[in-house]
Design a protein around this ligand. Structure first.
Ligand code: ADP
Ligand code: MG
Length: 468
């Protein structure tokens, strides 16, 4: 009978709390009895009883009522010899009580780890990428503040802001900066216990510790680190029990004056499903964002990476303007930029050709298309006409006077650079001109950019205006 009630309720609970929570928290418990309108559950540990009470009791009760509306209360009992350990719903416990209960938890029978071995014990962090150092990090306007803050933390010493919270979009260097801090600290202070891990790994370890009844170890290890870095913390939003544990770890470390560094894809206040008290703790330190890259930063990154490649493959040559082209055309995400360059070098070394603009466009067609800024030939024509105060109709008309022809060539050049249109396609949009005419125009502007500073300024200005 009880088993049936529970089976029926469970089926619905999975949908309510999500598969992950369900597997970790609901699945392992059993409905042992229903008496005096109270549903008694047996659970393996006090810790778990508390957790269920805090996070899932409402959902469980609601679901049980659906099946049997005489049920009014829940009671989670630890299936050990200690009947008094049962935790009743609607009781409030302080964190000290939780801690006490964790320590009381009968299930944790492992011998206490010896204090002396603590230092040598394997830390729970993830491995660091050797390439993610401060030396390899290109600094520009969009990331200079984040870089400066990371540098400061990397120097170690007195904790000035805690936590350091880095946020920004994908591929802008958050993980790179965190690893760089870790490298720096490990070199300058090898005795520091520096732990870097993603929020996902934190959750994984937490759940594993619960399952294996190693929560005491888990807590002790995380509370014994000197510098804790948790990457992509937005991941734990909505994961209530992991948030709770993270919050306690966080507080314990801050209270001890230990440095914490957090990253996320957005500002603390904007992470939905993150508890308010966690948000406000995260905002207590220094919050800095990494802005989307600008042209100069992208070019800087490309030049640095290209130099690295050329050190390895001195025979690789590439035409002027290729890196500039990529910096203009590829999205703000540095990871995509790196991937593009890597592919280009691999391709060039395979076919043994110099890297030209044509080769670049051929090899990276898909990436270029995906990050196309959607500038159209028509927009280019309009902007260029305005800039030179000529009529749009003249841009595509037959007039050959230089005052018209030069702007037209410039528009062709910009169309080639800023859109993924082919030469014949561009020609068609310029009043049905032949692709050789377009090519001639593009070449002419390429020459003039080098020899005529007025032209190169005009081109640069128009390009910026079009990309804005
Ligand atoms: P995030 O964690 O913000 O998503 P990553 O730190 O993983 O981004 O960076 C993505 C890739 O781009 C990495 O290979 C990283 O080395 C590189 N990268 C990002 N920003 C820079 C930079 N300013 N200078 C050099 N490389 C960078
Ligand atoms: Mg990252």
């Amino acid at each position: 009978m009880n088993a049936n009630i529970w089976e029926l309720a469970k089926g619905q609970l999975e949908k309510k709390v999500g598969t992950h929570n369900f597997t970790n928290w609901i699945e392992p418990i059993e409905l042992s009895d229903v008496q005096n309108r109270t549903a008694f559950f047996s659970v393996p540990t006090n810790f778990m009883a508390n957790w269920l009470n805090r996070n899932f009791a409402d959902a469980i009760l609601a679901q049980l009522k659906e099946v049997d509306d005489s049920i009014a209360r829940l009671d989670f009992q630890v299936f050990s010899q200690k009947p008094k350990a049962s935790v009743q719903k609607f009781e409030t416990e302080s964190d000290a009580d939780v801690a006490k209960e964790i320590n009381d938890t009968p299930a944790v029978k492992q011998p206490a780890p010896k204090k002396s071995t603590r230092r040598d014990e394997k830390l729970p962090g993830a491995p660091l990428d050797k390439r993610f150092t401060f030396d390899n990090f290109v600094v520009g306007k969009p990331n200079e503040l984040a870089h400066a803050a990371a540098k400061r933390v990397g120097e170690g010493g007195v904790v000035t802001f805690n936590p350091l919270f880095l946020y920004g979009g994908v591929g802008l260097g958050k993980t790179h900066l965190m690893h760089a801090i870790a490298h720096e600290l490990q070199t300058s202070s090898p005795n520091l216990r520096v732990v870097y891990l993603s929020a996902e790994q934190f959750m994984y370890r937490f759940v594993q510790a619960l399952r294996d009844k190693q929560m005491i170890d888990f807590k002790q290890i995380f509370r014994s680190v000197d510098v804790l870095m948790v990457d992509d913390v937005q991941f734990i939003a909505g994961k209530d029990s992991t948030q709770e544990e993270f919050f306690h770890t966080f507080n314990a470390l801050v209270d001890q004056g230990k440095q914490i560094i957090i990253s996320a894809d957005r500002a603390p206040g904007e992470i939905q499903g993150l508890e308010e008290r966690i948000k406000s703790r995260l905002q207590c330190g220094l919050v800095v964002d990494l802005h989307p890259t600008d042209y100069e930063l992208r070019l800087g990154v490309l030049q640095t990476k290209a130099d690295n490649y050329r050190e390895q493959y001195p025979e690789l040559a590439f035409a002027d303007g290729v890196l500039e082209f990529l910096a203009h055309r590829i999205s703000s995400n540095v990871r995509v930029l790196e991937g593009a360059l890597m592919r280009l070098f691999a391709y060039a070394s395979l076919v043994g050709r110099e890297i030209t603009l044509d080769l670049t466009q051929e090899c990276l067609a898909d990436i270029l298309k995906a990050s196309d800024r959607k500038v159209t030939v028509e927009e280019i024509q309009r902007k260029v006409s305005e800039h030179f105060s000529i009529r749009l109709s003249d841009m595509i008309g037959p007039k050959r006077a230089r005052t018209i022809a030069r702007p037209r060539q410039m528009a062709m050049y910009l169309s080639k650079q800023l859109t993924s249109r082919s030469l014949p396609e561009i020609g068609r949009r310029f009043g049905g001109r032949d692709h050789t005419t377009v090519m001639h125009g593009v070449r002419k502007i390429e020459e003039l950019i080098v020899s005529d500073s007025q032209i190169s300024e005009d081109v640069e200005m128009l390009r910026r205006a079009l990309e804005a």
